[in-house]
Design a protein around this ligand. Structure first.
Ligand code: DLL
Length: 433
């Protein structure tokens, strides 16, 4: 195992003692410095001294995205803005973005955490990282950038877009690792093939992919087309940015949450009731070390399962399964809950289809219709329409069997589904006007 920090293999007892010490300090500070937390705790009649064990976190109020919006832009900062050295913000498709801040120490901790992610992904000092996450308000670009430098790797700050230039630099700079969203990795794979560049023959060894849901099937696709190990990295700007958790290359089975910096819970999406390990629910984080923007019980809306079983890599930190999706991205089609990742799974098991897809949802009268647009693979393109219709009918059946919803499947020609340069837009919901 390539370990970047001994804390990753601490016995649980010691790790939990460290968490408790940090939790008490965080709650104390939030209560006394952030009006929102002070009022929310007073409303529940809970004081910092009530936190005596880790499970007492359940006494604390939840924080939700709307609370960030209500306190826009700096209302939840726990330090004076003079101590804030960096701001990031969520893309916020509607209304105001959510703003987060970092002190100098937060930036250092963040870099160290991302360095741990890169090390867990199999990287080591001396590697070269081609960083194709977007730079700017989005945390992906700068997050991976500082983490790479912290680990001691040569970082190319490529950002997203300029796909052909990316391929040229992948050839010329000979990076051993690439970081980008899985959907952009697929876009790059396709572009390289079109340009006659075989990425599998380049020194590239590992891909660090996250910022959007993706499936095991997508991992196999990327690994075989790029000839690399593809590793899942997780995070969200409200809690840190990338680097809250990462898979280990040894197991590639769930993301180790860096529990020395975050207390993680899984709760029922509707009732908010804490769930035992192994049950699927919404992931909730409390930050344990953040200075400028600590969060208490932040409801991520990300759906997953926590697994405390020991991992073959030797890390003792709990693992979170691949995110199925966000509760707010879940489509309800005639009463059936559908995550785009479930549709992805089915499509990617159909060999004659290419992995480029987009889902549209329409409402006609009171009837919801889900249309799955997916591109044909080149061999299918050569076949008569009749053959395509047969493939489409099979996918309709498979989606009905595996997900339980009836839908329409439209098989498109190459390049008819938009290519992603960052987070893919998987769903266009025409019901939302
Ligand atoms: O996406 C941070 C990030 C950048 C993570 C680069 C990984 C790599 P936000 O823009 O705030 O931050 O979006 C956070 O993206 O709540 C999840 O819904 C989703 N997400 C992030 N990582 C994963 C992942 C960044 N590995 C939101 N799998 C989160 C599935 C992910 N979804």
């Amino acid at each position: 195992m390539i370990l970047h920090n001994r804390v990753e293999t601490l016995p649980r007892e010691d790790l939990e003692a460290l968490q408790l010490k940090r939790l008490k300090a965080t709650v104390e500070r939030c209560y006394h410095t952030v009006g929102f937390y002070h009022d929310a705790m007073d409303d529940l009649g809970v004081k910092p001294h009530h936190i005596k064990s880790l499970s007492d976190v359940r006494l604390l109020p939840y924080t939700k995205k709307e609370h960030l919006r209500e306190n826009y832009p700096f209302g939840l900062f726990a330090v004076p803005t003079e101590q804030v050295v960096r701001i990031h913000a969520s893309s916020g498709t509607t209304g105001k973005p959510t703003v987060v801040g970092y002190t100098r120490r937060d930036i250092r901790n963040w870099a160290r955490l991302v360095a741990r992610c890169l090390a867990a992904s199999g990287m080591r000092p001396g590697d070269r990282l081609h960083n194709a996450y977007g730079y700017g308000l989005f945390t992906g670009g700068l997050g991976l950038h500082y983490g790479g430098e912290e680990l001691g790797v040569m970082v190319t700050p490529m950002s997203g877009g300029q796909t052909q230039k990316q391929i040229m630099l992948l050839k010329d700079f000979a990076p051993t690792a690439i970081s980008c969203t899985p959907s952009y990795a697929l876009n790059l794979a396709e572009a390289a093939e079109e340009m006659g560049v075989d990425i599998r023959k380049l020194p590239l060894r590992v891909g660090i992919h996250g910022a959007e849901p993706w499936t095991e099937e997508m991992r196999y696709e990327l690994e075989s087309r790029l000839g690399i190990d593809c590793i899942d990295i997780y995070g969200l700007s409200e809690v840190l940015g990338p680097g809250v958790g990462n898979e280990c290359i040894e197991a590639k089975k769930g993301l180790h949450i860096w529990e020395d910096h975050f207390l993680v819970e899984c709760v029922d999406v509707n009732s908010g009731k804490p769930l035992p390990y192994g049950e699927e629910g919404e992931i909730v984080f409390t930050s344990l070390t953040k200075e400028a923007f600590p969060v208490i019980r932040y409801r991520t809306r990300d759906i997953s399962v926590l697994n405390p079983a020991p991992c073959k890599c030797g890390r003792t930190h709990v693992r979170m399964s691949r995110i199925t999706g966000r509760s707010d991205d879940m489509l309800i089609i005639r009463g059936v809950n559908v995550f785009p990742s479930q549709v992805e799974s089915v499509l990617m098991q159909t060999e004659t289809l290419s992995p480029f897809y987009q889902i549209e949802v329409f409402r006609k009268g009171s009837m919801d219709t889900m249309v799955v647009n997916v591109e044909a693979s080149p061999p299918l393109m050569e076949q008569p329409q009749e053959h395509r219709d047969k493939v489409a009918a099979k996918v309709v059946r498979d989606i009905k069997d595996f997900i339980g919803v009836s839908c329409q499947v439209v098989i498109k020609d190459v390049n008819e589904v938009p290519r992603s340069e960052g987070k893919a837009v998987r769903v266009i919901d025409h019901r939302k006007g």
